[in-house]
Design a protein around this ligand. Sequence first.
Ligand SMILES: [Zn+2]
Length: 293
Amino acid sequence: MSISGDSVLCIVGDSRSGSSVLQGLFELHRDATVVGELRRLELFIAEARGCGQPVPDCDQWGDIMSRANLRPKDVRTRAPQTRLLKRFEEAVAFSGTAMRASRLTSPFLYRGRTVANHSGRLLSAAAARASARVVVDSSKDPGHAVYLLHQKKLPVHVAFLCRDGRGTVWSKISRTGISPELAARHWVWTTRSMLALSRALGPQRSSWIRYEELCADPHTVVRRVADRVGLAHDGFGEAAHAARHDIGGSPGFAGATFGTVREDMRWREEMPRAMRATFDAIGGDLNRRLDYA
Ligand SMILES: [Zn+2]
């Protein structure tokens, strides 16, 4: 079974788990469009950041916001995430099914209702503008996915991206200088939230993707997800459009192609022994549960 009308493909995963690659591969499809990290749009507007120019000055985002009937200063796509996730996990723990989870989570979405509503309108406008059936939101945050699941405009399929915690943590440390403890704890927190949300949604409404498998065989993994949102296998092209207007994402990332996806395995050589021990103390059990030996 798959979604046949317009829909959102929402990518969820820790940073450095391949979300740019996955979004980039879907960007190659003639019936898909990508918006990047929608949850950061509000921040990008506030800080006058964007795709080379401030978001409100960008033709594409200007048009999307105007189609969504939102003035830039009114856009709300951010949420108080930590508290939400904690309560969400509690709700899921008691629910068992996605339907009941959504009933349980609705009451505390008081502020988030606006975020859900605005996100739905913006994604729908982005799809309409690009004449696309599927709009890809790579916000990555499990809390953002929960909000999207509470909007009524478009059905949502969640693509969870998981990666060996050691690779995730090392990649993050070498990029940002974040402490190993913090990086490991964030990986555990994100991965646990993903597992809870994935159990609640089930295989019809979500896909579980291993970064390592995505890199080893991008065609098979992407087609599996494409089936879920009703995108034809023969709709994937060779190269993406020249102009990039997606929010956030890896600096210098110029798009993905099926032939050039490679797994980043540097951590196996470069990650110091002491740092591995730190990770193991915090995330070792969970990593092994995910079959990362
Ligand atoms: Zn732009």
